[in-house]
Write a protein that binds this ligand. Structure first.
Ligand code: SF4
Length: 323
């Protein structure tokens, strides 16, 4: 097998969250979900550096058949707080899963209700407490900028014994009303960064914070240009020059990119991370990046460039200019 990293997508959800723009399906009968997993298990077998089960809600399926055929140094499963039970956690742990990412999204009761998340802040806190009893390597996902949410609750996370936290701003692709303007959301993110810093979580990628040693190796592998296999409906993969997109367990689309484009893609996205963008193979990028240094968007150490805090707000535009 070419790639050492595997992403598996489980597109099943209890109910559609109001902000969701991901590929997911609701109310799928359990027989269909189980046969989906059995089918994936036939293709997923192997020993990997990293595996990431994302969704959707992976634990809405009986994951046993696929867990039995995979081993990985870092094995992450995303959990919805309502999927967290002693049984599920034990089964995941006993089958080699060693990292949990729980989608909390907010700790404001009304916001959770409007999001359609189906749990209260207290239930989310209890679920995470249970996760921590089984997994040291555990964190949460948060969304800021939801209409009406003021994120004053963010400080509550300080008592959660987090090792990892992903903080996303609301992508308003479903035309939600009363969303905040960009500056307000950026302020919320700044406050969130400070709160996380207080409990020892440093930003290691634009949207990701962790204690030292608890970075998500799978996501870092993707940003730092490694290969990854994508399995499951809607999953993307990158293997050598091949880019894949799946439909079920079958390939929906694949495309061979040019060697030069492949190398550029693998290099550029490191700018998102704390490791920065090494320009040794792209000296022609330096003129533009030096201009960004003057504007305070990046800083430079030898020939490697790192985003400043202001730069994290416009990273996509910087990358677009370099492409
Ligand atoms: S759980 Fe995730 S994938 Fe499912 S509807 Fe909500 S946001 Fe979308």
């Amino acid at each position: 097998m070419l790639a050492k990293n595997l992403y598996v997508h489980f597109p099943f959800c209890r109910r559609r969250c109001s902000y969701c723009s991901l590929f997911s399906r609701v109310c799928i009968p359990s027989e269909q979900r189980d046969s989906y997993v059995r089918n994936l298990a036939l293709h997923a077998k192997g020993n990997y550096a990293t595996v990431y089960f994302g969704g959707g809600s992976p634990a809405l399926c009986d994951l046993t058949p696929i867990l039995k055929v995979i081993t990985a140094d870092e094995f992450t499963v995303e959990l919805h707080p309502l999927d967290v039970t002693e049984d599920t956690l034990k089964k995941l742990f006993d089958n080699g899963v060693n990292r949990i990412s729980m989608g909390v999204q907010s700790l404001d009761e009304l916001t959770l209700e409007k999001m359609g998340r189906m749990y209260t802040p207290l239930e989310a806190a209890k679920a995470f407490e249970m996760v921590k009893k089984h997994f040291t390597n555990a964190g949460v996902d948060i969304i800021l900028g939801y209409p009406g949410d003021n994120a004053k609750w963010f400080n509550e996370l300080k008592s959660w014994d987090l090792n990892h936290c992903s903080v996303y701003s609301l992508q308003n692709e479903r035309n939600l009303k009363d969303t905040f303007d960009d500056d307000t959301v950026l302020d919320m993110i700044k406050n969130a960064s400070e709160s996380l810093k207080d409990i020892g979580l440093e930003r290691y990628e634009i949207s990701n914070y962790s204690k030292p040693g608890f970075e998500c190796r799978h996501n870092l592998a993707v940003w730092l240009g490694e290969d990854y296999i994508g399995l499951g409906e809607g999953a993307y993969g990158r293997e050598g020059l091949l880019r894949t997109k799946n439909k079920g367990t079958k390939l929906e689309e694949s495309q061979l990119v040019k060697t030069e484009d492949d190398k550029k893609e693998r290099t550029l996205f490191s700018l998102r991370t704390k490791y920065g963008l090494d320009t040794k193979d792209y000296p022609n990028w330096r003129k533009l990046l030096d201009d960004f240094v003057i504007e305070g968007l990046v800083r430079k150490n030898n020939n490697t460039y790192y985003l400043t805090e202001r730069g994290t707000e416009v990273c996509d535009s910087i990358i677009a200019e370099l492409i």
